[in-house]
Design a protein around this ligand. Structure first.
Ligand code: NA7
Length: 531
């Protein structure tokens, strides 16, 4: 008999991954409980409420496709949806499929250990709760654990400080304030133009400049939306043939094999079109250094055309590999540095020494500010898992097992941790793709895998060490053939002091990955052991 705190599956997180996992498992007739640290659904979109927060994948694609009714019903208003709209969408999904009755909010999972004798996971929460479950699914997100640099003196700061990923629910108004933003990643690039409009003065503390391509955001034309909906399946199908699961025209030509004029025409057209499709300009951009340089040079020239102060333009111009960190898409970012109330501070020349009562101290100088915004990113991909004390067979801690970097089979499971699944975990394409189809693919695959084990009356399923070794070697080998591991991105954990440097996502492309997953399932979950 089932105890009321015992479930077939416990899911950690009620973002897009947790929501669909719950729905899927419930339709299979399983008992499920979701634990969510926040007070509402939406994950990333629940927490990242900073000014200008917006998705960099177009709305018509950044949405679920598992329900035709849902995708026909929902109307997006802009080419790229802003955070409030995406959060409304997540709430709409939760309501439509009556998901909230199985979600326990304000409940942070602190520990999960596998009880070998019982063949069940014991899950503990921060508010003293405890559950047991046959399966545990981590839907904890790839970018959910804030990276807040340990700056001396922060506790003495007289003003208020924020992290973009933990933004207050009430509106933060910077009108008339002096503000310091630390970081120039995607969150900073989105928020800086808006904060600059409000603030009396804005200081931007930059460690590494980033490449940004114009978003060209605009209201979504209802006729265009209708045309897509008339063949939504077609769009989804085409997107799944793309490396990153996003549909845009890809030029198969090589940057170095066309004339300079042709190259320029291609880059200009993509620049005008806006968005991530710039990455599809040429086939060799991310594998050939010289080809990459041509794209990098094009963007640097654009920065030089926009930013009036030549010194500031040079400081804003990235020198690292183009596209090696996730490409940012912006609305008026570079233009913002022409405003008289914006100052760029290069922290490589003037390192941040710490925080004083009256502001930020860098290069021995105090920048008086009333508010500090940490746009300093996340302990990506493994951070949320590391925060939970996860123990598998023989009490082995996941953190110990992953001390030299994450080791998984397909990014969904790890040897020694039976019946534990990670949605869009390290070793899967995840952050290199449109997250929504990647989430759906994982959810469906994991649900089928659980079904497979149940139908065979088996209590435990877990990858073999051999299969895991082989997958990890494959992930590393594919990454090694690209320019990706060459820069200090969060893909390799470089932003977190002490984190082992390993290229975490799988860069073989969405179609190749899905094919591998499907083949493994067709072969009776090859590489998994049932006990
Ligand atoms: P990112 O892309 O990790 O950007 C964080 C920024 O903060 C980046 O410019 C970092 O510089 C900077 N940073 C981090 N720590 C420090 C310290 N200690 N001092 C100075 N500067 C620092 O995070 P985002 O939130 O912008 O974007 C995350 C993803 O969300 C993005 O890729 C999209 O997929 C959406 P660094 O480059 O490490 O030198």
């Amino acid at each position: 008999m089932q105890h009321f705190d015992d479930f077939d599956v416990v899911i950690v997180g009620a973002g897009f991954a947790g929501l669909y996992m719950l729905h899927r498992l419930r339709t299979l007739g399983l008992s499920v409980r979701v634990c969510e640290a926040g007070s509402g659904v939406g994950g990333t979109w629940f927490w990242n409420r900073y000014p200008g927060a917006r998705c960099d994948v177009e709305s018509m694609e950044y949405s679920y496709q598992f329900s035709e009714e849902l995708q026909q019903q929902w109307e997006w208003t802009e080419r790229y949806a802003a955070q409030p709209e995406i959060l409304r969408y997540a709430n709409h999904v939760a309501e439509k499929f009556e998901l909230c009755r199985d979600i326990q909010f304000d409940t942070r999972v602190t520990a999960a250990s596998f009880d070998e004798a019982a063949g069940r996971w014991r899950i503990k929460t921060g508010n003293g709760g405890e559950f047991t479950a046959r399966y545990c699914v981590m839907a904890t997100g790839c970018l959910s654990t804030a990276n807040i640099p340990n700056l001396a003196g922060l506790d003495t700061f007289a003003g208020r400080w924020y992290h973009t990923g933990h933004w207050p629910h009430e509106r933060v108004d910077f009108t008339g304030l002096r503000v310091g933003v630390i970081g120039t990643g995607s969150s900073a690039i989105q928020s800086i133009p808006i904060i600059a409009q409000q603030a009396e003065h804005l200081y931007v503390f930059q460690r590494t400049p980033n490449y940004a391509v114009p978003a060209r955001n605009a209201p979504l034309d209802p006729r265009e939306q209708q045309a897509i909906k008339a063949d939504y399946a077609g769009l989804r199908r085409r997107a799944k043939t793309m490396r990153n699961g996003i549909q845009y025209p890809v030029n198969e030509a090589l940057a170095l094999e066309v004339t300079e004029q042709e190259r320029r025409r291609e880059y200009e057209a993509r620049w005008e079109r806006g968005g991530l499709s710039f990455l599809g300009s040429f086939a060799d951009l991310l594998v050939d250094r010289q080809a990459n340089d041509t794209a990098a040079e094009f963007v640097r020239a654009k920065i030089g055309e926009v930013v009036r102060d030549p010194g500031v333009a040079v400081a804003l111009s990235p020198r690292n590999t183009f596209g090696c960190k996730r490409l940012c898409i912006d609305t008026g970012y570079y233009e913002t540095f022409n405003r008289p109330n914006v100052t760029l501070i290069d922290v490589n020349r003037a390192p941040i020494d710490g925080v004083a009562r009256e502001g930020l101290v860098a290069g021995g100088k105090t920048y008086a500010v009333d508010a500090i915004v940490f746009a300093t990113g996340f302990d990506a991909m493994t951070g949320a898992l590391r925060k939970i004390d996860i123990r598998g067979r023989a009490g082995t801690r996941l953190e110990e097992k992953w001390a030299e970097g994450p080791r998984t089979y397909l990014g969904v499971a790890t040897a020694g941790f039976p019946n534990l699944f990670t949605i869009t975990g390290p070793g899967s394409p995840s952050v290199l793709t449109n997250m929504l189809p990647s989430i759906e693919q994982h959810v469906e695959w994991i649900a089928d895998c659980i079904l497979h084990a149940r139908e065979r009356g088996r209590g435990c399923i877990e990858p073999t060490l051999a299969a895991e070794h082989e997958w990890v070697a494959h992930v590393n080998e594919v990454a090694g053939g690209t320019l990706f591991p060459s820069c200090n991105s969060w893909y390799v954990g470089a932003n977190i002091p002490g984190k082992p440097r390993v290229f975490m996502p799988y860069i073989g492309g969405f179609p190749r990955y899905v094919e591998a997953c499907n083949q493994i399932a067709a072969d009776g979950y090859a590489g998994f052991a049932l006990a």
